[in-house]
Ligand binder design. Structure first.
Ligand code: ATP
Ligand code: FE
Length: 351
């Protein structure tokens, strides 16, 4: 199958062409237009600005994806689009664009869950068999999933408040490091002493795989405030120590909760991570160790396919196409769309 995918659920406008075959899948093209500079001045993604930028960029993004793949729209086998969850304006832009393409060409239309896209990515990049354990850890999400099929996800637990990426970004801002905060904190932490400040490891004393990062964020903020109160500002060493202490706490929480996620499922062959935070080398190393201890292979797809992209959406549609028919032109954009059916008994049609 050759599928054109569209993604516009957050602050990246993306289009991609993916071809699947019995011997594996291939990304023929993957175009991502980021919007970081549009939102930079506001300290976060502004939904209206995002939606407008998606609407402006989707056409050209699709054109470039087809061009780069060397394929005509008429020659794809289907059109996949993120139908949720996400910022509704952006999702609507993508869904309308995909419907237009489907209506104009008569090609099948597939509405895809954005989280399913992330969760299935390891099968796009590697030869991973179901079931596998997945940690999705990004700017907006943090959850453990047992992935047993293209449309069979069990949520084992996740953050009850902030996502770690969001915490990395906020803390970087608070201690005077640039955005995006993840890479900035990782770099600063290299020269920091993770033991200087004793930051909490929230929820480690509770069973299960739920996590919390907002108390940790507050603890870092309080320490920052008292340093500024005592000395009038932060030295470079303070920044590094705060960064190192915070990162060490996140590493500990993710590692311990990953071990618990393994305990919660029958033996699985692979542990996969996705999401921008998985770029962090300390986090990656800790998770790899947990994985090895649990006798599972560790898989972290290349970063470009870990963060938001449309190749994962095209691939998810191809994986799911064998299980369900295409959507019709009444396909709706869903701001909320839990992956786990057990948590979404109202989903109805099963699509
Ligand atoms: P989502 O995909 O959940 O909608 P998003 O688009 O914000 O959210 P991603 O693009 O997957 O998420 O990842 C971006 C996040 O990853 C940012 O919060 C960023 O700070 C974080 N991040 C990137 N690199 C690193 C790193 N080296 N260490 C820690 N965090 C990182
Ligand atoms: Fe995402």
């Amino acid at each position: 199958l050759t599928i054109l995918g569209l993604e516009s659920s957050c602050d990246d406008t993306a289009a991609a062409v993916v071809r699947t075959a019995p011997d594996g899948a291939k990304v023929l093209s993957s175009i991502v237009f980021g919007q970081a500079e549009l939102h930079a001045a506001y300290g976060g993604v502004v939904p209206e600005i995002a939606a407008r930028a998606h609407a402006e960029k989707l056409d050209i993004c699709v054109e470039q994806a087809l061009d780069r793949a060397g394929i005509r729209l008429m020659d794809v086998d289907g059109i996949a689009v993120t139908a949720g969850p996400g910022l509704i304006g952006g999702v609507v832009s993508g869904v309308m664009c995909a419907k237009g393409l489907a209506a104009a060409t008569g090609k099948p239309l597939y509405g895809v869950n954005h989280l399913a896209g992330h969760a299935l990515t390891p099968r796009l990049t590697d030869d991973v068999a179901y079931p596998y354990l997945m940690l999705l850890v990004s700017g907006g999400h943090c959850q453990f999933l047992l992935v047993s099929g293209p449309d069979d996800f069990r949520r084992l637990g996740g953050t009850i408040d902030d996502a770690p990426g969001e915490a990395f970004d906020k803390i970087a801002r608070l201690i005077g490091l640039p955005q995006p905060g993840g890479p900035a904190i990782e770099a600063a932490a290299q020269t920091g002493n993770p033991m200087r400040f004793a930051f909490p490891r929230p929820l480690l004393d509770r069973p299960g795989c739920d996590m919390s990062f907002s108390g940790l964020k507050t603890a870092v903020l309080r320490t920052r405030d008292s340093l500024i109160g005592d000395q009038g500002g932060l030295t470079r060493q303070d920044q590094a120590d705060l960064a190192a202490g915070f990162q060490a706490a996140v590493v500990d929480v993710l590692a311990e909760k990953s071990a618990r996620a393994f305990q919660a499922v029958a033996p699985v062959g692979s542990f996969c991570v996705a999401g921008g935070v998985a770029a962090n080398q300390s986090i990656r190393a800790a998770l790899e160790k947990v994985s090895a201890n649990c006798g599972a292979g560790f898989i972290a797809p290349p970063l470009a396919l870990c963060t938001d992209n449309a190749a994962m959406i095209a691939f998810a549609a191809a994986e799911q196409a064998g299980l369900r028919g295409p959507d019709d032109l009444t396909l709706a954009a869903r701001p909320r769309w839990p992956l786990d059916r057990a948590q979404a008994p109202m989903l109805g049609s099963g699509k």
